[in-house]
Design a protein around this ligand. Sequence first.
Ligand code: HEM
Length: 329
Amino acid sequence: MDRPPSILMLDPPEHTRLRKLVQRTFTPRSIEKMRHITTEIVEDLLDQLAEKKDIDLIEDFSFVVPFVVIHSMLGLPDADMLNVREWSQTLVQTLEPNISPEQVDAAIWGGTQLNEYLTEALAWKRNKPGDDLLSDLIAVEEGGDGLSEQELISMISLLFVAGHETTVNLIGNGTHSLLNSPDQFELVLNDPSIDSTIADELLRFDSPVQNSGRQLLEDMELSGVHVEAGELVLTALGSANRDPRFWGDSAHLLDVKRQDASRHVSFGSGVHYCLGAALAKMEGEIAITRLIRRFPEISITEEPTFNSRIILRGREKFPINLGVPVNLN
Ligand code: HEM
């Protein structure tokens, strides 16, 4: 695959150029439009799940919401959700510090499948433009400098994969945190004022992306340690989010009313600050609050397992019972 690297891996000025182009389509208006669509997606899904009662929170809910949202936001053609999930899971495995030769082979296979799907999607969208992100990205022009075909594929691929492989952990980890904190669970049920702070606090408390990394461009002094240009530095986002030197004595406590929760670093910082932060927070807030308010009896039936990832750390199997739904209409 001779695809250009994703913006995550680029430095300015290449990064600045591509980020500016994509940011022009990722506007507050496009996110606001998705709030309404996300609410519908979540409500429809909850209607379907009410029939089942015993579900796997990750497979049936936490994965489905962000997948359907980013799929619809991009305006991609219909696809088998589980196939695409398998491809993107093999790809994100390459973010992990330790991967086996088999996982490298699987990632090459997954990348090729995803590339083919997105190349076809792009050709299809050129003939069938709509009111969606993919059409906007195709149309985007800045001083005549649009995205090339390969840059487009690389960008959509990142948006698509980053759009669901991370948010699945916000919804899964976040729901787990609340189910283990009865007092906070009660607040979600009874106090709508927490809607503005809940996503940030859940992102802080159990970070969906635990680490990011940087290769230094120049020598630096980091916490009294001299680090030379070219060396790799791992930033422990999850650890910073629980650091009592910053958060004080309550760092280890879940507090969905925490007023400065948005100071967490779960979305990174600097030029690579997460492009989808507002979208992810909106999805997390709607998915989790609606799930709990519709199913106040929700309970864990078996302790969840982890997905064995260090970076995109989250639950993999999470069996729950929804209990009797409350009719909110
Ligand atoms: C809870 C959900 C999410 C978390 C925790 C998260 C976390 C992050 C982090 C930590 C970074 C910075 C990585 C670094 O500094 O090396 C990042 C970058 C990025 N994220 Fe997210 N993300 C989430 C959701 C999303 C969504 C929904 C999208 C898009 C639809 C998205 C798109 C991106 C993109 C494009 C970048 C690269 C930005 C750049 O390099 O300029 N993310 N994300």
